[in-house]
Design a protein around this ligand. Structure first.
Ligand code: HEM
Length: 217
C-alpha cells in the first residue's frame, strides 16, 4: 500500500514537474534550506535592532532616583551638586531654597545651556537674566523691582516644576543674604550707573532713582 503510494507520488512528480523524483527532492530541500537561512538572517537582524532600540529607549527614560532631602547646606556644599559627579543629583537654589533639577539634565547638566546655574544659588543671575560669573550667587542686593519680579516668576516656576530638597545656609549671619534683602530696592547700589548691570538696569534705574528721591524727602 505504502509502496504503491510512493510509486504514484514519484510518477506524479515526473509528470507535473518534468524532474526525476531525486532532482525534485534535492531542489525542494535546497529551497527549504535557503528559505530557512534567509528568514533567520532577517529575523535575527530585526531582533538586534529591536533590542538596540529598546536599550537606548530604556537609557533615556530610566527613572530618576527620588529626590533626596539635603537639609541646610552651605554654598560650598551645594557646589558638589553641579553635575560633575554623575552619581549625585543636580541641585540649584533660588532665594536660598534648593531644588532638585536632575530631571532637566539637558538644561543644567554638563554641556547644557544653563549648566553654570547648577550647584549654585542662581537668584541674582535669574533676576538680571545674566550669565555673568559675578551674578551667579544668591545676593539680591540692589536689584530693582522688575528684577525681583522676574526672580519671583522663576521661583514660582521652580516651585511648581521641581522638588525642594533643602535650603542654603546663610554664609554669614548679619550680612546681606537672599533671605534678608528680598524687598530692598533702596540699597545704595540700586542707583549704580547702568554699565554695571546689563540690559535690565535700564528698567531699574528710574524706579530706583525715584525710590531714592522719596527716601530723601
Ligand atoms: C536668547 C535668549 C534665550 C532663549 C532663546 C532661551 C530659550 C529657552 C528655552 C527654549 C527654554 C526651555 C523652556 C522649557 O522648555 O521649559 C529655556 C529655559 C530656561 N532658560 Fe532660557 N533662553 C534665553 C535666555 C535665558 C537667560 C538670559 C536666562 C537666565 C539668565 C535663561 C534661563 C533659563 C532657565 C533657567 C531655563 C530652564 C527652566 C527650567 O528649569 O525649566 N534663559 N530657555
Amino acid at each position: 500500500m505504502t509502496l504503491q503510494l510512493w510509486e504514484t507520488l514519484k510518477e506524479s512528480i515526473t509528470v507535473y514537474t518534468g524532474l526525476t523524483p531525486s532532482t525534485f527532492f534535492t531542489v525542494l530541500a535546497l529551497g527549504l534550506a535557503l528559505y530557512y537561512i534567509v528568514s533567520n538572517l532577517f529575523g535575527s537582524s530585526d531582533d538586534a535592532h529591536t533590542h538596540q532600540r529598546s536599550r537606548g529607549f530604556e537609557e533615556e527614560v530610566q527613572p530618576l532616583p527620588p529626590p533626596v532631602q539635603v537639609g541646610e547646606i552651605t554654598d560650598d556644599e551645594l557646589k558638589q551638586y553641579d553635575g560633575s559627579d554623575p552619581k549625585k543629583p543636580l541641585l540649584m537654589a533660588i532665594k536660598g531654597q534648593i531644588y532638585d533639577i536632575s530631571q532637566s539634565k539637558m538644561f543644567y547638566g554638563p554641556g547644557g545651556p544653563y549648566a553654570l546655574f547648577a550647584g549654585k544659588d542662581a537668584s541674582r543671575a535669574l533676576a538680571k537674566m545674566s550669565f555673568e560669573e559675578k551674578d551667579l550667587n544668591g545676593d539680591l542686593t540692589g536689584l530693582g523691582v522688575f528684577e525681583l519680579e522676574a526672580l519671583q516668576d522663576w521661583e514660582y516656576k521652580f516651585m511648581s516644576k521641581y522638588v525642594k530638597v533643602g535650603t542654603v545656609k546663610p554664609a554669614n549671619e548679619g550680612q546681606a543674604t537672599t533671605t534678608t534683602t528680598t524687598t530692598t530696592t533702596t540699597e545704595s547700589d540700586a542707583v549704580k550707573p547702568p554699565e554695571d548691570d546689563g540690559p535690565s538696569e535700564t528698567e531699574q534705574t528710574p524706579i530706583a532713582a525715584e525710590d531714592a528721591e522719596k527716601k530723601e524727602e
